[in-house]
Design a protein around this ligand. Structure first.
Ligand code: MG
Length: 313
């Protein structure tokens, strides 16, 4: 897809595109600014240090980087951007008057995506920037799709595994409690058998949305864990807070009043919830937390479903 097709297909994912122009000569910045004015949001920097600071604070979508500058060279700026996880995915195009092959080889080696030679040709520079912006947006989309469950749009299993490891480490470092929720839709096989898989999918979508609404703190994560199983990570949440959240998720799913005539605990779709809270310690692990939550979920199902079972380790 080209840039216009991408922008019209995914307007909700893309804010105004931002381009950073870096050059120590204001006259060069003025020329490039004229090319992009009215098409993109234009940011400017006149030295390397400023360029790196703008990249960290504003996260432009692309950088046009002068190679020869006093103090920090364009090459060094590029190296620093590529070494920082927060800025490494911003594409860098070098703008250079030294059109030597060896110069270009070095530029590609340190992570540039393209070269534009001075004096710049407005048509060429605009076309190249558009091409690289389209590639960058496609990469961003792929990366977010790889982390999201295609049906319910909550986090997928891979995303959950990473997030659990990260939350575990953070709570271990801070001595903070970490709670984990595993939950299952009650008698979901019977739901699919009676109402069909389309209705089953819609039900999963509605439940996922409700779980997300029930967990409003920015660090909480809802993930699709398996077929009809969801998992929620609640960092910095003690047993009492987690019990409240578990109860509220159970109530809010029930309040959807999705008919389930074949449920043992009907007449509406309900969930069984297993919950565990602990303060991570070096002698425990994220796997233990998962295992304990799974046991609580099993207990909730085994003692009649449509309930929350919790334990504090
Ligand atoms: Mg220069």
């Amino acid at each position: 897809m080209n840039l216009d097709q991408l922008l019209s297909a995914f307007p909700h994912l893309v804010g105004p595109l931002r381009i950073l122009i870096v050059d120590d000569q204001p006259v060069n910045i003025r020329v490039l600014h004229g090319v992009f004015r009215g098409k993109f949001e234009v940011l400017m920097a006149t030295n390397g240090e400023q360029a790196i600071a703008v990249c960290r604070s504003q996260r432009p979508d692309i950088v046009l980087l002068d190679v020869v500058m006093p103090d920090i060279s364009g090459h060094e700026v590029c190296r620093q951007l590529k070494a920082d996880p927060d800025t490494k995915d911003i594409p860098v195009i070098f703008v250079t008057s030294q059109a030597e092959d060896s110069e270009e080889a070095l530029g590609f080696e340190i992570g540039a995506v393209d070269f534009i030679s001075k004096p710049v040709n407005p048509v060429t520079v605009l076309a190249r920037v558009r091409t690289h912006l389209a590639l960058k947006l496609q990469n961003d989309l792929l990366r977010s799709m790889a982390m999201i469950d295609g049906l319910t749009a909550v986090a997928n299993r891979r995303n959950f595994d990473n997030a659990l490891t990260n939350s575990w480490r953070r709570c271990l470092r801070d001595g903070a409690p970490l709670s984990l929720v595993l939950l299952d839709l009650d008698c979901f096989k019977q739901f699919n058998d009676r109402y069909g898989h389309q209705a089953g999918d819609s039900c999963l979508v509605a439940v996922a949305k409700t779980l997300k609404l029930a967990l409003r703190r920015p660090d909480d994560l809802v993930a699709r864990y398996g077929g009809e199983e969801f998992a929620c990570i609640l960092p910095n949440t003690d047993a009492k807070g987690a019990a409240n959240r578990g109860a509220s998720m159970r109530e809010q799913v029930k309040a959807l009043e999705i008919e389930h005539a074949d449920s043992q605990v009907g007449p509406f779709v309900s969930i069984s919830v297993g919950l565990v809270t602990l303060v991570p310690h070096a002698s425990t692990s994220a796997e233990m937390l998962l295992e304990a939550a799974d046991q609580q979920l099993y207990r909730a199902k085994d003692t009649g479903r449509d309930r929350v079972c919790a334990i504090e380790l």
